[in-house]
Design a protein around this ligand. Structure first.
Ligand code: 13P
Length: 252
């Protein structure tokens, strides 16, 4: 069975001291919690300091982005190898904020996926439709394009290290969560795409997280859906109490 994952995307928040305070609080409260994969993604500058606070706990470290080269003349960028060196196990790739604000394309995202896997890190590939795309009935096409583009040239073996996050753009930071049914419909469609691209085994084994205004008040219903294997959380991951409640979800 797929082990649930609750991942906190801290986005552009928290100084090193603030990040360490939050990760230390999480470490204390979740020290022996093994039922769920717990992941936190601070900003680059906090990674090594946070890595020290979660050492010997089940909490795993993620970066929010990477550049698809190992090293070289790429001013301002950080490579997957460097993220691994800083203590990361996961990297969030293709977040909608980067797709929109920095115009990241599926082929650039695909390069990041490949380099991340080559470095021995596990990518969390984010996909999701905008409100306009949903209203124009383009949702399934958009999801298919993003999945096919993002996962192009990956092998079935590599897929065992890949996590997908379905994050409808209209639900991010808006307080408007997809309903349990809307999220399940998208997740089931994505799993079908994985079966078409790879194998039934890959489709069954790949974790698909939901993201977009996940809160203590709605996590239990979402996690009860057959194809929802976890959550990628922004706002509610910035407060220890809320994030711990998400990690300790109870299927409704
Ligand atoms: P919110 O939980 O703040 O809506 O953000 C979701 C998200 O973008 C996680 O990557």
């Amino acid at each position: 069975m797929r082990k649930p994952m609750i991942a906190g995307n801290w986005k552009l928040n928290k100084t090193i001291a603030e990040a360490c305070e939050l990760s230390s609080d999480l470490s204390k409260c979740l020290a022996n919690f093994e039922e769920v994969d717990i992941v936190i993604a601070p900003v680059f500058t906090s990674l090594t300091a946070v890595a020290a606070t979660i050492k010997n706990t089940p909490i795993k470290l993620a970066a929010q982005n990477c550049y698809p080269e190992e090293s070289g003349a790429f001013t301002g960028e950080v490579s997957p190898l460097m993220l691994k060196d800083a203590g990361c196990e996961y990297v969030i790739i293709g977040h909608s904020e980067r797709r929109q604000l920095l115009e990241e394309t599926d082929s650039f995202i695909n390069q990041k996926m490949i380099k991340t896997l080559e470095a021995g890190l596990k990518p969390i590939l984010c996909i999701g439709e905008t409100l306009q795309e949903r209203e124009n009935d383009e949702m399934l096409n958009v999801l298919a394009t993003q999945i096919k583009g993002g996962l192009a040239n990956l092998s079935a073996t590599q897929m065992s290290d890949v996590v997908i996050a379905y994050e409808p753009v209209w639900a991010i930071g808006t307080g408007k969560t997809a309903t349990d049914e809307q999220a399940q419909e998208a997740h089931s469609f994505i799993r079908g795409l994985l079966q078409g691209m790879f194998t039934q085994e890959v489709a069954f084994a790949t974790r698909i997280l939901y993201g977009g205004s996940v809160k203590p008040t709605n996590v239990d219903g979402l996690m009860a859906q057959a194809d929802i294997d976890g959550a990628l959380v922004g706002g509610a991951s910035l407060k220890a109490e809320d994030f711990i409640r998400l990690v300790r979800f109870e299927k409704a």
